[in-house]
Design a binder for this molecule. Structure first.
Ligand code: FMN
Length: 298
């Protein structure tokens, strides 16, 4: 009797036992994989919903390498509650008055290039930065770091770096037209305000960060998020009665990042001397575009 005949003989004579064993194995397999199958089903439904959201098209924004697309977890908790939001309701007249008052306040803001060395009262910079921190940001990524420098030695070191780079900017990195366009503002490579202003506020943009689970957190729209936050920062400075100089020091990112020990995911976007204006401060008598040039009503 060969092996196949022997197997057939065993099956024929023990069919009840073989069928029972097969049914038991199948039941155990089904129970063990039930949860797995349910999870797979839920994910396939989720994928279907996502596909429908994107009109059934392939995703244009690339997934991160190493990401399991079936196992993605949001950066903030999925079950973040949605709570009622009822800001104070103002009357129409209040809305009209406040819109005009705020316009008048902001219209009096000017970029100042000469500062009084008077110190800024304690707690003010903290409030200003807290205000900037209320800014909206892409997927609530809050891609900003504000470095406040009040230490005189560090201010001098920043000035040295900026002046060295500005010398090169003005004589070879910037176009002749650019340098010419700056002439009416009397900006020069020498920048005494960097050591004279009581505080320097450096705005860094985080291009990404790290989540608590160790995964890289993407910062979508970090440029516009930081730009909006910088606007809110400038408005807060204006509202409390201080002044600032909005500056974007060209080619200083690497050296200032190193001086201030900022990590490699941060990029310097703005350097703002902040304080009170020098008593002899003068500003260029510029004209702003009228409403009909900046607003299109449809
Ligand atoms: C993005 C940006 C970069 C700027 N960079 C400089 C700068 O490097 N140096 C400077 O003196 N002013 C700088 N300014 C200030 C502008 O020259 C100033 O805002 C403009 O002339 C209008 O004047 P106002 O701010 O008084 O309304 C900058 C402003 C912005 C918004």
């Amino acid at each position: 009797m060969n092996v196949i005949s022997a197997a057939v003989w065993v099956l024929e004579n023990n069919c009840m036992f073989v069928y029972t064993a097969l049914i038991v194995c199948f039941s155990i397999f089904t129970v063990l994989h039930k949860k797995n199958m349910e999870q797979r089903f839920a994910r396939s439904v989720q994928r279907k919903i996502l596909r429908n959201y994107s009109g059934g098209k392939e995703r244009e924004f690339p997934d991160d390498e190493g990401d399991d697309p079936d196992n993605l977890v949001p950066a903030i908790p999925e079950d973040t509650p949605h709570i009622p939001y009822k800001p104070l309701r103002r009357t129409d007249n209040e809305v009209i008055d406040r819109s005009r008052e705020y316009y008048e306040l902001m219209a009096s803001r000017r970029t100042v290039r000469a500062f009084s060395p008077e110190p800024i009262p304690s707690g003010v910079l903290e409030n200003i930065i807290k205000t900037a921190g209320t800014s909206p940001s892409g997927a609530h990524t809050e891609p900003w770091t504000y470095v406040v420098v009040e230490n005189q030695e560090v201010k001098e070191a920043i000035r040295t770096i900026v002046e060295e780079e500005e010398e090169l900017n003005y004589c070879k990195r910037m176009s002749r037209q650019w340098v010419t366009d700056l002439r009416p503002f009397a900006t020069k490579p020498v920048k005494p305000y960097l050591s004279e202003a009581p505080a320097l506020l450096l705005v860094f943009r985080q291009t990404y960060s790290w989540r608590s689970d160790g995964k890289k957190r993407m910062h979508y729209y970090s440029e516009i998020s930081v730009a909006i936050a910088a606007g809110i920062l400038l408005a807060a400075i204006q509202y409390c009665g201080l002044v600032a100089l909005t500056s974007t020091p060209l080619n200083c990112n690497a050296r200032l990042r190193q001086l201030l020990s900022r990590p490699s995911n941060e990029r310097l976007e703005l350097l703002l001397p902040v304080g009170r204006p020098h008593e002899d401060t003068k500003v260029p008598d510029i004209v702003r575009k009228p409403l009909d040039e900046i607003m299109v009503k449809i």
